[in-house]
Each structure stands twice: as C-alpha cells, then as structure tokens.
Design a protein around this ligand. Structure first.
Ligand code: ADP
Ligand code: MG
Length: 262
C-alpha cells in the first residue's frame, strides 16, 4: 500500500499517533463545602494506553472516586486537562459529554445500581435506549452481553432473584452494551464475597484480553493483583504508579477456591 494512501487516515487517531486513551495532566479538583474548600485532587498526572488494566488503590478519602468521576466525564476538573481519546473534555457541552459517556465508557459500581422492577435483559438494554439502538438489535446485543458474563439463562430474572455476584455480572453486561472502549469500575467487588470477587475479576481479565481498557478502584490488594498496573493515591495525589510484574490469573485462582451453588 503506498504511503500516502488515505486509508491510513481511517484508522482511529490514537492508533496512528500512539495517543493514550486517557491523558490526565496536573488535574486538580476542589469541592466547595459551605465556607470551606476540600482539595480532593491536588495535581494528578497519568497516562493510560488502550488495552491497559489499571487498579487504583488508596485510603478512603484519598480522591479515588473523584478521579474516576473525572475519567468518566461525570465531573470536570477545577484545573488541569483531561484528554479522552485525544479529545479535551473541557471543551465539550453537557450534551456532548453525555454522548461520550454513553458511547465510549461503561460504568460499574459497588452497589450494582440495577433497576429493581426490570429484568436482567431489560437492565442490560438500558444504555442502548439512550443511544437509540432499534429494539431487535438492542435485544440481540443485550443477550450477547449477558452471554459474555455467563448469564444467558437468567435474562428474565429480576435483580431480587439473582445473587450479588450475578447482579454485578448483569451490571457488567449493561456496561458493555454500547461496546465502550473504556470500563470504569469503582469498588465493583466491595459487596461480594471472595470467590465471587474473583469471578468478577475473571470476567474483567477476559474483557481486557479482548482489548477493553479497564480502570478499577479497589481497596483490596488481592484484587489489585489481577490488574496489570497499580496506581496508589494519597491525599489527592499519586503516591505510586507501577506495573504489576506478574498479575494473578483469576481463572487459575478460581480452580483453587471451593465452588458454591449459583
Ligand atoms: P475516595 O473515593 O478515595 O474515598 P473521594 O474522591 O470520594 O475519595 O473523596 C476525596 C475527598 O473529597 C474527601 O475528603 C471527600 O470527603 C471529598 N469529597 C468527595 N466528594 C465530595 C463532594 N461532592 N463535596 C464535597 N467534598 C467531597
Ligand atoms: Mg470512593
């Protein structure tokens, strides 16, 4: 193919330019609380490439959730810059931010956040309602996402009919429905027992192996060891940032843990 071929330009920008998926530079975040100002982030710089799997650690109050909210375009920094996929989010309107959140980012939270009177399948379809995917395609993709988290046989179950681990898997399926390039998970195993936590990490490792970039907050060192890189926050700053040389393999760890009834 000749060098000047325009087809090269159809590649995603970040592939061509080797652009990080996430580029955070000197980000500060203050919260106004009446008369006082809380410095939740005090100058955070970090760069995350496509395909990384990063665990965010740090004591309670160190700024982890604030950082995740900024990565997820749920909140804007007080100062500093955040480029998502090469785009400066500060320059976007509320509507454009919502669109980016919906299309590029999947969210998983500690509390699952499923709608109670809604089946697993319908919960998984939710993000696609906002992106106006036609009904048949919505159902097809939702089934595909539920199959990825091994819940194909539970699509008609309501959250109350599912275990905590199954509910979190539905939440992961929902996060995947719009085929995001980034998965943000804030303490996703915080409400789960240890085996179920490893099952969730097994799913995340599988998704990451398929190319999904994952940023996961956890306060459990055992969970962080399933990631490929660990970033430790302290008092609103990054205290440590290093590659995990030999990540634990969740599917291997599961073999050593006693099985439980699903
Ligand atoms: P972590 O997730 O590591 O526990 P957070 O990012 O939630 O930490 O909080 C960092 C700091 O910012 C804490 O001191 C917290 O009390 C404060 N904070 C977080 N959210 C708000 C808010 N909406 N208003 C005021 N202060 C906040
Ligand atoms: Mg938090």
């Amino acid at each position: 193919m000749p060098l000047e071929s325009p087809t090269v330009l159809t590649q995603p920008e970040r592939v061509r330019a080797n652009t990080p998926l996430i580029e955070v530079r000197e980000v500060k975040k203050d919260y106004e609380l009446g008369e006082t100002r809380v410095h939740a982030l005090r100058g955070v710089s970090v760069s995350i490439a496509p395909g990384e799997f990063v665990a965010i650690m740090g004591a309670s109050g160190s700024g982890k959730s604030t950082f995740m909210n900024i990565l997820g375009c749920l909140d804007l920094p007080t100062s500093g810059t955040y480029l998502l996929d090469g785009i400066d989010v500060a320059g976007l309107s509320k509507k454009e931010l919502a669109k980016i959140r919906n299309q590029k980012i999947g969210f998983v939270f500690q509390g699952f956040n499923l709608l109670a009177r809604t089946t697993a399948l319908e919960n998984t379809e939710l993000p696609m309602l906002y992106s106006r995917v036609p009904k048949a395609e919505r159902e097809r993709r939702a089934r595909e996402a539920l199959a990825l988290v091994a819940l194909a046989d539970r699509e008609d179950h309501y959250p109350s009919q599912l275990s905590g681990g199954q509910q979190q898997r539905v939440a992961i399926a929902r996060a995947l429905a719009n085929r995001p390039s980034l998965l943000l998970a804030d303490e996703p195993t915080g409400n789960l027992d240890s085996r179920t936590s490893v099952e969730v990490m097994e799913i995340m490792q599988r998704l990451n192996a398929d190319g999904l970039t994952i940023v996961l907050v956890t306060h459990e060192p055992d969970i962080a060891r399933f990631a490929k890189r660990e970033v430790v926050f302290r008092d609103g700053q990054i205290k440590r940032d290093e590659k995990i040389s030999r990540p634990q393999i969740a599917s291997e760890v599961l073999k050593t843990l006693p099985a439980v009834e699903d």
